[in-house]
Design a protein around this ligand. Structure first.
Ligand SMILES: Nc1ncnc2c1ncn2[C@@H]1O[C@H](COP(=O)(O)OP(=O)(O)OP(=O)(O)O)[C@@H](O)[C@H]1O
Length: 308
């Protein structure tokens, strides 16, 4: 199933939580919504799952087979992990999961098999008869995730699935999400863990103050965010900084020695073109464009918005 968000805006009393957002998530994709606190991620997820309605714009669900809009959604359409987790603390893990399965209309035998399979996979079988409150935060989070996946939804929407998990469990959840993706499920999640998301999502949507500031594949988002590039160059002979900074694509040339410089460049100019220009100054011994982590690019973009 496709989820298509067309120019959606949502306002609360004093704040525009989602501002003209458009995106598409397809089966077999992991789409990650990223953004600082208050960026509008949860508000968007709540609309995508049908809990609230947009003030303007539309959310359209399409059949994966023929891309026609779906008017009636099957009970297996969504699995939603809300930001405020909501299982019964006094009831056992098993009771909670059976209850959720019943709510989702899963047949009893199928539910029992499915619960066993997921508890095994999450290494929580021996905790099945314990009340939820006895489980650590991370394990409760894993049970919540099982509750979201029990009915094998076509679209899984997860609000901050990695929060409260230690690195090992984050890796574990990441592998579960990758498996879902490989079986054709549409996975939409919100997260703060840029480094994790960078490794699994094939679509990134970076939000700030309700609006999308960049979206696409990792490479596309990089391109949208990168305005400047840092690199180092080592010449075989001494060179003056002014000889380099005079080049139109070079914003700044900081000498590290007589022969070595750190350059800040206009990213529009391809590295190989710049290398040719540097070779015209003096023979180049080493030339190393540095890739900035997405996390840093993203922080720069958010800060630039704050300052503008
Ligand atoms: N029910 C509501 N009533 C009023 N304002 C709301 C409501 N829900 C969200 N907001 C406001 O809308 C904006 C976006 O909030 P939202 O929770 O969608 O952001 P978020 O990106 O999910 O943040 P976080 O990462 O902190 O969970 C915030 O300014 C928030 O205070």
């Amino acid at each position: 199933m496709y989820v298509e968000v067309n120019n959606v805006t949502k306002e609360y009393a004093t704040v525009r939580a989602v501002d003209q957002v458009s995106l598409v998530a397809k089966g077999g994709e992991i789409l990650a919504l990223l953004g600082p606190n208050g960026a509008g991620k949860s508000s968007l997820v709540r609309m995508m799952v049908g809990l609230t309605q947009p003030d303007s714009g539309q959310i359209v669900y399409r059949s994966a087979a023929d891309q026609q809009p779906l008017t009636a959604l099957p009970s297996t359409a969504f699995g939603y992990l809300p930001e405020d987790r909501g299982l019964y603390q006094e009831r056992t893990v098993l009771d909670n999961l059976r209850y959720i399965a019943r709510l989702r209309g899963v047949h009893k035998t199928t539910a029992e098999q499915s619960i066993q399979r997921w508890l095994d996979r999450f290494e929580l079988t021996d905790r099945a008869s314990e009340p939820m409150r006895q489980l650590s935060k991370g394990n409760q989070q894993k049970i919540q995730l099982i509750a979201t996946l029990l009915h094998e939804p076509q679209v899984v929407m997860l609000d901050e699935p990695f929060s409260g998990l230690d690195p090992m469990n984050q890796e574990f959840v990441l592998s579960v999400l990758n498996d879902l993706r490989s079986t054709g499920t549409t996975v939409i999640l919100s997260a703060h863990q840029m480094a994790l998301v960078e490794r699994m999502a094939n679509k990134l949507v970076l939000m700030n103050k309700g609006a999308v500031i960049a979206q696409g594949s990792l490479a596309e988002v990089r391109q949208q965010l990168v305005q400047q590039q840092r690199l180092q160059v080592e010449f075989t002979q001494s060179v003056q900084a002014e000889q380099i900074s005079i080049l139109t694509s070079v914003i700044e040339a900081v000498p590290l020695s007589d022969t070595r410089f750190e350059l800040t460049c206009d990213d529009q100019l391809a590295a190989d073109k710049l290398l040719m220009q540097l070779q015209d100054i003096a023979p180049v011994a080493e030339f190393s464009p540095q890739r900035q982590a997405l996390h840093d690019l993203y922080l720069q973009a958010v800060r630039a918005e704050v300052n503008s």
